[in-house]
Design a protein around this ligand. Structure first.
Ligand code: SF4
Length: 398
C-alpha cells in the first residue's frame, strides 16, 4: 500500500460471509468490477480470509474481506469457520451471501445471530437470482436484496445499499487537532533506532503530522538526541511535545515542566476512545502478585514495527517494576483468546494496524471478564512516573 492511501485501519471493513459456493467471491468481483477474489465452482476455494483495500463507490475507501465457507468440513474446516467468525471482530458492515435457490440454512442463521448480537450493520444478499424464473417477483426489504453476481443484476443497487449501512452520526474525533491552535508549533520526538522502519515514519507519526497540518499548526520532527538543542534554538516554547513512548523518560527530563508533553500512543488511545480504560489498567500493575499471568497482545503478525518491545522489553520492565515473578503469554494478528479468565492483566500494543471495531471488541472482552487492560504506551508512561503529566493536556479541554 502506498503511503498516500487511506490507512487500512481507517477504511470501512466489509466482511463477506456465507456458505461455500454461494458466490461470495463473485459478489466481490461484481462489486469491484475486478477479478480480485479467486472464483471457482469448486467448493471452499477461499480457505483463509482474503483482505483487499479498494475504492468502492459511492462509499469510498474500503477493505473487502472474503471469508472461508461457513459449512466447511473436517478439522481444518472447523478451523476455517472459526477464522471467518473472528473476522466479525473487524467487520464494520457484514454481507451475508446466500444461494437464492437454497435460502437460509442453519449455518447462515447461526452467523446472522452473531452479527446481530454484535450490532454490526448487515445486508442479506440473495445471490444466483438468475437461476430463478420468478426472480422479478422476489421481494427485497431493508435487510435483504436479490442479485445475480453472474449477470451483474442489481449490483448498482447493492453498492447503494452498502453505502447506506455506514453509520453517519459518528461525532468528529481528532488525534491532536483539538489540542492546538493555528500557527502553534508542536515538537514531535521520533527516535530513529534499529526498531524504526527503514526510510519512513510509522503510521501514527504520519497521521499525527497530517492532523497538525489540518489544524494549521507546524510540526518540528526531531530525534530524542537533538531535542534539547532544538528546544534552545526555538524562539518560543512549543505548544506541545509529543514523543514516542520508549523515549518518554529522557524526553520528560528535557522538556520544561510548563510545556505540555504527551505520547503518540496516548493520543491514539484517546482517538480510539479507550483512554480511561487503559489508564486504569496501567495502574493495576501495582496489584500484580507472584505467579500472575499477563497476556501481551500485538496487532501485527509479520514484519512487526514494534520490534521486540512486546516480547522482550515489556516483560522485563514489568518484572523489574513490580518485583514479582510474573508469567507472560503472547498473541498476535487477528488471534485473541476467547477465554481470558486466567490472565490478571492484558497489555495490548497500540493497535495501529487494527480497526476500531476490533480494538473495541478486545476491550469489551476484557471488561466482560473483569480483566484490566492497558496498552504499551500507557503502561510505559505509568512505569516511568510520567502518566499524569502526559494526560494533563486533556485537562485543559472543555
Ligand atoms: S498494530 Fe501493534 S504491533 Fe503492529 S505496528 Fe501497530 S502498534 Fe505495533
Amino acid at each position: 500500500m502506498s503511503m498516500n492511501n487511506t490507512p487500512a485501519a481507517e477504511r470501512v471493513h466489509i466482511g463477506i460471509f456465507g456458505r461455500r459456493n454461494v458466490g461470495k467471491s463473485s459478489i466481490i468481483n461484481a462489486l469491484t468490477g475486478q477479478d480480485l477474489a479467486i472464483v471457482s465452482d469448486r467448493k471452499g476455494t477461499t480457505t483463509d480470509p482474503v483482505l483487499k483495500a479498494m475504492e468502492l463507490l459511492p462509499l469510498g475507501p474500503v477493505v473487502m474481506i472474503d471469508t472461508p465457507g461457513l459449512d466447511d468440513e473436517g478439522e481444518l474446516g472447523r478451523f476455517r469457520i472459526q477464522k471467518a467468525y473472528q473476522i466479525l471482530n473487524k467487520t464494520d458492515i457484514a454481507l451475508l451471501v446466500l444461494d437464492g435457490t437454497v435460502g437460509m440454512t442453519d449455518a447462515d442463521k447461526k452467523i446472522l445471530e452473531r452479527i446481530k448480537a454484535k450490532h454490526i450493520p448487515y445486508l442479506i444478499v440473495m445471490n444466483k437470482a438468475d437461476l430463478l424464473s420468478d426472480f422479478q417477483h422476489k421481494e427485497n426489504d431493508k435487510d435483504c436484496l436479490w442479485v445475480s453476481a453472474r449477470n451483474r443484476t442489481q449490483i448498482h443497487e447493492l453498492k447503494e445499499r452498502i453505502a447506506h449501512l455506514v453509520p453517519s452520526d459518528e461525532p468528529d474525533r481528532y488525534i491532536v487537532r483539538d489540542l492546538v491552535s493555528p500557527l502553534d508549533l508542536v515538537v514531535l520526538v521520533v527516535p530513529i533506532d534499529k526498531a524504526a522502519p527503514k526510510g519512513r515514519l510509522i503510521l501514527p507519526q504520519q497521521q499525527t503530522i497530517r492532523d497538525l497540518l489540518e489544524a494549521g499548526a507546524a510540526s518540528v520532527v526531531v530525534r530524542d538526541m537533538e531535542l534539547e538543542d532544538m528546544l534552545k534554538k526555538l524562539e518560543t516554547a512549543p505548544a506541545l511535545v509529543i514523543t514516542d513512548s520508549q523515549a518518554f523518560r529522557t524526553v520528560a527530563q528535557i522538556v520544561p515542566k510548563n510545556v505540555p508533553l504527551t505520547s503518540f500512543s496516548i493520543l491514539f488511545a484517546r482517538y480510539k476512545g479507550n483512554l480511561d480504560t487503559l489508564v486504569n489498567g496501567a495502574k493495576h500493575i501495582d496489584n500484580l502478585q507472584d505467579g500472575d499471568t499477563i497476556l501481551i497482545s500485538e496487532g501485527c503478525t509479520h514484519h512487526r514495527q514494534c520490534d521486540d518491545i512486546g516480547t522482550v522489553k515489556l516483560p522485563n520492565w514489568l518484572k523489574e517494576h513490580t518485583g514479582k515473578a510474573l508469567n507472560f503469554e503472547f498473541t498476535n494478528g487477528t488471534e485473541f483468546p476467547s477465554e481470558l479468565n486466567k490472565y490478571r492483566l492484558i497489555v495490548h500494543c497500540g493497535g495501529c494496524m487494527l480497526n476500531e471495531r476490533e480494538i473495541k471488541y478486545r476491550m469489551k472482552c476484557a471488561q466482560d471478564s473483569g480483566i484490566p487492560v492497558t496498552n504499551y504506551g500507557t503502561v510505559i508512561a505509568y512505569m516511568n512516573g510520567i502518566l499524569e503529566r502526559s494526560l494533563e493536556i486533556f485537562h485543559t479541554l472543555h
